[in-house]
Design a protein around this ligand. Structure first.
Ligand SMILES: [Ca+2]
Length: 373
C-alpha cells in the first residue's frame, strides 16, 4: 500500500471510529448558548421510568415501586400508589411505561406496562386503567407475555400506539433466554402488537403466533412511530457493544443473538456473525454501548435544527443523542451537552408547549425542561 492509500485508509478508519462513537464529532455546540435547561420537579422522584403529559399540561410519571407521580403546580408533586396485582419490583422490573389511550380526553384511559410475578416466575404485563379527578380506577391487566422467566432483567416494556389504534409493546429476551428471541413460539425478545382489549389484531404477520410483530430483539426500550409515514423505529440494548436502532417491518427478524456487533460481558463472542441472511441489519449500531433508554421523533417547532430527528436518552453514556435517520450514512451527534448535567437519562417527551422534557434516572431523579432563551 503506498503512502497516499495508507493516509486515506487511516482517515477512513478515524472517520468510522468517530462516527460510531456518536457524539465525539460535535463537541463544539455554540447553539447551546441560546438554550436553557430548567428543573421543573423536585429531586425526589424514586427510580422513575416514563413520563407523559396530560391535556391540562400536568405530567404523569411512573416510579418502578408502583406509584404514579402527578407533577403539576400546587403542590408540586402528588404520589398515587397503584394496586398493580403481583407487581414484581426487583432488578430492572417494576412499573415501567405509561401512555394515554387515543380517546383519553373522553375516556380517561391510560395504558401501563409492569413486571408481574415472583423471582422464580415473572413476566411483562400490560394494564389499562382510568385516570379521572386525579385518581385511578378500573385497573385491569389485559395482556401478559409468555413464557415466564426467572430473571429480574430485560423486560423491554415500551408502548407505542399505531395509527390504527393498535399498540406495539416491546418485550425483552430475559437475559438468560436469548435463544428465545429467535423462536416464534416464545414472546421473549419480540415486538408484540395488541388491541386495547388485549387480543391480537387479525392482520398481525404470523397466523400461528398471533401477537408477534417482529422478532430477534434483545432488550428494546425505545419505540416511535412516524405519524406521517407510519415508519416504526425501535432501539435496543446490545450486550457489551451492539446497541442498535432498527426500522421495524412486520414479520422482520432483527438477528439477536445470531447476528450482533456486541460481545458478551465476559468478552466472549456471542456469535461469529454481524450480519446473516434473512435477518435485517440495524440502521445504526453503537459500539461501545450507550445504553439507549427512550426515544422520540422530534416534530416540534422550537428547535428547527432537530426537526424529524430521533432524540434518544442514554443511561451509560449519560447524554442526549440526535440521530438524523435520513442522512447517508445515518448521522448521530450529542446535543445539549453544555446545558445538561452529566447524569443517566431515562425518558424524553415533547410538551404541549413545544419544549423538550427530560426525565433523569435513579433515586432522587427529576425532570428538566429545555427551551430556547
Ligand atoms: Ca439486530
Amino acid at each position: 500500500m503506498n503512502n497516499d492509500k495508507s493516509i486515506r485508509m487511516y482517515r477512513l478508519i478515524v472517520f468510522i471510529l468517530l462516527w460510531s462513537l456518536c457524539g465525539a464529532v460535535d463537541a463544539q455546540q455554540p447553539g447551546d448558548l441560546y438554550l436553557q435547561a430548567k428543573r421543573i420537579a423536585p429531586n425526589t422522584l424514586q427510580s422513575p421510568w416514563a413520563l407523559v403529559q396530560l391535556p391540562d399540561e400536568r405530567w404523569l410519571i411512573t416510579e418502578r415501586a408502583g406509584n404514579l407521580v402527578l407533577l403539576g403546580d400546587e403542590p408540586r408533586i402528588k404520589r398515587i400508589p397503584l394496586s398493580l396485582p403481583t407487581l414484581y419490583h426487583a432488578g430492572q422490573g417494576g412499573l415501567l411505561d405509561i401512555a394515554l389511550a387515543q380517546d383519553f380526553a373522553l375516556s380517561g384511559r391510560i395504558l401501563l406496562t409492569f413486571s408481574q410475578g415472583t423471582a422464580d416466575k415473572n413476566h411483562l404485563s400490560v394494564a389499562t386503567a382510568v385516570f379521572k379527578n386525579d385518581t385511578i380506577s378500573n385497573l385491569n391487566v389485559i395482556f401478559s407475555v409468555t413464557p415466564d422467566k426467572d430473571t429480574p432483567v430485560h423486560f423491554g416494556g415500551r408502548l407505542a400506539v399505531m395509527n390504527d389504534g393498535t399498540w406495539l409493546v416491546t418485550s425483552g429476551d430475559g437475559f438468560d433466554f436469548r435463544e428465545e428471541a429467535q423462536k416464534r413460539s416464545s414472546q421473549l425478545g419480540k415486538i408484540l402488537r395488541i388491541r386495547e382489549d388485549g387480543q391480537a389484531p387479525l392482520d398481525n404477520p404470523f397466523v400461528d403466533t398471533p401477537y408477534i410483530y417482529s422478532y430477534g430483539h434483545r432488550n428494546p426500550q425505545g419505540l416511535v412511530i412516524d405519524d406521517v409515514s407510519g415508519d416504526i423505529y425501535a432501539h435496543e440494548h446490545g450486550p457489551d457493544g451492539g446497541d442498535e436502532i432498527n426500522l421495524i417491518q412486520p414479520g422482520g427478524n432483527y438477528g439477536w443473538p445470531v447476528a450482533t456487533y456486541g460481545l458478551d460481558y465476559s468478552g466472549a463472542r456471542i456469535s461469529p456473525f454481524t450480519a446473516y441472511d434473512g435477518m435485517i441489519a440495524p440502521l445504526l449500531n453503537w459500539t461501545p454501548s450507550v445504553a439507549p433508554s427512550s426515544m422520540i421523533l422530534y416534530d416540534g417547532t422550537l428547535f428547527p435544527m432537530l426537526k424529524n430527528q430521533l432524540l434518544i436518552t442514554t443511561l451509560k453514556a449519560q447524554k442526549l443523542i440526535a440521530v438524523d435517520i435520513h442522512a447517508k450514512p445515518v448521522h448521530c451527534r450529542e446535543i445539549f451537552a453544555t446545558i445538561m448535567q452529566k447524569t443517566r437519562l431515562r425518558d424524553i417527551a415533547v410538551g404541549n408547549d413545544g419544549a423538550i422534557y427530560i426525565l433523569t434516572d435513579g433515586e432522587n431523579a427529576t425532570v428538566f425542561r429545555i427551551v430556547p432563551l
